[in-house]
Design a protein around this ligand. Structure first.
Ligand code: ZN
Length: 446
């Protein structure tokens, strides 16, 4: 959609700085647990206090807090200066998880002199993009300690695993048929070579356990359990003739997480109580204790309301005055595939935040919430675009409808435009990240 007001020329220096910050955040966040740990460090640097769900909370007027559930979901909030019943909540939601591979509990496979890892496909990655990349492992491990048990984050950071393609001489039709991989038999990742006589499963198991033990400075016997994500170690980069694009793993949806965190941190003394909610498990349907379909968001809002001494009627008044923005990435137009898009909804990279609409409620946007978001973009001086999926293609969805159904609040689905969603390496625009932060900050200030 054409902006209704003339937009100021984008500030390239500021946008580049924000893009570098974003890439730094993603480089350091190869798993959703790392994303939340890095978000926590950022919030603490800006004066936010951690609350524990199992403790009684003490909330001070105008205070800044965050809560973590399940290690990979987080809700951060700033208490507004106006009574919650009069101003409601301004909530931005995004997800911390990304599609890819997860290591199975007993993953080590041995045979033909090689150790391989059995993996489960998490969500809907483009499998072929994970071939021939420098893959590594990151996640969390639970250890036996003298005091009981402890959870540690782990990130190998170096190329550790590989999914080699079959040579074209053995897969002659690959360019005509595309690369098809069987999820059970053709995805085990090569971890290393086994020495002579170590052909049994024990050799591979011992190799994996030694790697995990060394990385967590413990004994292999004290490793109890783990959740490990496979990721590509290549760092994020700027690209394009004028470095107007960014490329990285996990832009979906760490770009929205980081934009929502940056906008919240930039919001000083808001009138309304402002909330950034980052959920795990979106890529697998959100139905979990810590996911958007669980009770996390309703529990935290209920506790904030209880501390503000809202009775049931005022709590419902607060929800009726609230607004929820579901921020997840959007599909930018790719001119090599014109038939994949709805002709009237070609969304441009660096064209500004995208409002996503689907009459079948895969997105929550309606006329009023869309107009409200356009207003935030106008206030922030950033362009804004509209996306609808082709009618003959299944539309994706996100946390928007799940959270909106639970809270019953006015909601809109938005996102920054990107190419190659769910590829091992996705790309997007330098300016869009700055635009999204400005639009979300305007929403928090509303
Ligand atoms: Zn997403």
């Amino acid at each position: 959609m054409a902006p209704t007001k003339s937009q100021p020329a984008p500030d390239r220096t500021a946008a580049l700085e924000l893009a570098h910050e974003l890439l730094g955040f993603i480089d350091a966040s190869p798993s959703p647990w790392h994303a939340v740990a890095n978000a926590e460090a950022l919030l603490q640097k800006h004066g936010y206090t951690r609350l524990e769900e199992e403790d009684r909370w003490q909330l001070a007027a105008g205070g800044r807090y965050y809560v973590v559930r399940g290690g990979a979901s987080m809700i951060a909030f700033v208490l507004g200066s106006k009574p919650i019943a009069d101003a409601g909540f301004r909530i931005v939601g995004a997800h911390t998880d990304s599609p890819g591979f997860r290591v199975k509990p007993k993953a080590a496979l041995a045979g033909d002199g090689l150790a391989r890892l059995a993996v489960e496909v998490y969500g809907g990655p483009i499998l072929a993009t994970f071939t021939d990349r420098d893959l590594s492992l990151a996640g969390r491990v639970v250890l036996r300690t003298e005091a009981g048990q402890a959870t540690r984050l782990l990130n190998f950071q170096r190329p550790l695993l590989r999914l080699p393609n079959l040579a074209i001489h053995m897969n002659r039709d690959v360019n005509e048929q595309g690369l098809k991989l069987n999820k059970q038999t053709e995805l085990p990742l090569i971890l290393g070579q086994l020495g002579e006589g170590a052909g049994e499963g024990q050799g591979a198991e011992a190799l994996l356990r030694k790697l995990l033990a060394d990385a967590t400075h413990t004994k292999a016997a004290d490793l109890l359990s783990w959740e490990l994500a496979v990721y590509d170690v290549q760092k994020g980069s700027l690209w394009g003739a004028n470095e107007e694009f960014i490329a990285s793993r996990q832009l979906d949806n760490l770009a929205s997480c980081y934009a929502a965190l940056t906008a919240l941190i930039a919001t000083k003394q808001p009138a309304a109580t402002c909330v950034t909610a980052l959920f795990d498990h979106e890529e697998v349907g959100s139905e979990s204790a810590a996911g958007a379909g669980g009770s996390f968001i309703t529990d935290v809002l209920a506790r904030i309301s209880a501390h503000a001494k809202l009775d049931e009627e005022d709590r419902q008044r607060a929800m009726a005055r609230s607004f929820f923005i579901s921020a997840d990435m959007a599909h930018a137009y790719n001119p090599n595939f014109p038939n994949a898009y709805e002709p009237g909804h070609k969304v441009s990279v660096n064209g500004g935040p995208v409002i996503k609409t689907n009459a079948n409620q895969r997105y929550t946007t309606n006329a009023e919430t869309s107009a409200r978001f356009i207003g935030f973009c106008e206030k922030a001086g950033v362009p804004c675009q509209q996306y609808a999926h082709r009618s003959d293609l299944g539309c994706g969805s996100t946390i928007g409808p799940i959270v909106a159904s639970q809270l019953g609040v006015a909601s809109v689905d938005v996102g920054s435009p990107m190419w190659a969603m769910h590829s091992a390496r996705e790309s997007a625009g330098v300016h869009d990240h700055a635009y999204m932060i400005a639009a979300l900050a305007a929403a928090f200030g509303s």
